[in-house]
Design a protein around this ligand. Structure first.
Ligand code: GLV
Ligand code: GLV
Length: 329
């Protein structure tokens, strides 16, 4: 009998095709997200789960699925999964790093440029028929050359953003929990600073850290108060890293020049004040949304599932390799 694989929401065919040959594949074809109950009842007897970043893969879900061997998260972030509970049960958790790094770094640059040059508001101005001719001081924005970008979280994506920022003539400073790869930091001339220094010095603060108990509301009212009033904040990481209400207030009071947000504290809800502020550019969590990245993410999930189900000792892109020591079956 082929092992059963449950996919909580349809992912690109390139990944599903690989799985169909090896497994009994069950895909939720509805255009809605499943809750804990629904995942438990539909994934019954599944040996593998492929999940989205908003699926609540709690200890309860993991314990209710006795045959489970692997959870492949269709995302690089995996804060939706109780990894400790999975490890205890010998369930491998994998994610999709690398293949979405450039896509996410590109979107980060798009947001930086869009906020710095007011691209979205200026577009609206043209559509509203208010463009009456070139004027010396119309729609002035911030030039990137010579400005400082502060990267919070110098991982793969942070580094990819740093490389792009250097190409635009920016200075790079960064803050990371652990010392970042010194060669990579050297290559972009990035200087390590404390979070306080980063907030005080950066003209653009860009977030690339995972969401953990330590990074929840890392950018709170106090952090925002440290930033320059001319600075902009970019978040393509996870919404709860920023206290959204405090951000909205800082923007409303002009204590911060602007923000570019791809992620929100309570997705898909967006703080109503952010919707009405002109100096904010909002995108619907599309950091990795290129055809290339999403297809590679699907292939990566499928390959991890196939490796785990065939009992291979190496499963690529594991976040809890210690689970293999406890693996059942
Ligand atoms: C997207 O947010 C991801 O974590 O891949
Ligand atoms: C984070 O997971 C990264 O790839 O930088």
């Amino acid at each position: 009998m082929k092992p059963r694989v449950f996919v909580t929401y349809r992912i690109p065919e390139a990944g599903l095709r690989l799985l169909r040959e090896q497994a009994e594949l069950i895909v939720n074809e509805e255009d809605r997200f499943l809750n804990e109950e629904e995942i438990i009842s539909r994934a019954r007897d599944a040996e593998a789960l492929i999940t989205l970043l908003q699926d609540p893969i709690t200890a309860r879900v993991i314990e209710a699925l006795p045959r489970l061997k692997i959870i492949a998260n269709y995302a690089v972030g995996y804060n939706n999964i109780d990894v400790e509970a999975a490890t205890r049960r010998g369930v491998v958790v994998t994610h999709t790093p690398d293949v979405l790094t450039d896509a996410t770094a590109d979107l980060t640059m798009a947001l930086i440029l869009a906020v710095a040059r007011q691209v979205v508001a200026a577009d609206r101005f043209v559509r509203e028929g208010r463009f009456t001719g070139w004027k010396p001081e119309l729609w002035l924005g911030m030039e990137l050359r010579g400005k400082t970008i502060g990267i919070v979280g110098m991982g793969r994506i942070g580094y990819a953003v740093a490389r792009r920022a250097v190409a635009f003539g920016m200075e790079v400073i960064y803050h990371n929990r652990r010392p970042a790869n010194p060669t990579l930091a050297y290559l972009v001339g990035a200087r390590y600073v404390s979070l306080q220094e980063l907030l005080e010095q950066a003209d653009v603060v860009s977030l690339h850290c995972p969401l953990t108990p330590q990074t929840r509301h890392l950018i709170d009212r106090h952090a925002l108060e440290r930033m320059k009033p001319t600075a902009i904040l970019i978040n393509t990481a996870r919404g709860p890293v920023v206290d959204e209400a405090a951000l909205a207030e800082a923007l409303r009071q002009g204590r911060l020049a602007g923000a570019g947000l791809d992620v929100f504290e309570e997705e898909p809800r967006v703080h109503p004040d952010l919707l009405s502020l002109p100096n904010v550019v909002l995108t619907p969590h599309i950091g990795s949304a290129t055809r290339e990245a999403r297809e590679q993410m699907a292939i990566m999930c499928a390959q991890s599932v196939i490796a785990a189900l065939s009992g291979e000792v190496e499963v690529s892109h594991m976040v809890n390799p210690e689970a293999l020591l406890l693996r059942n079956g």
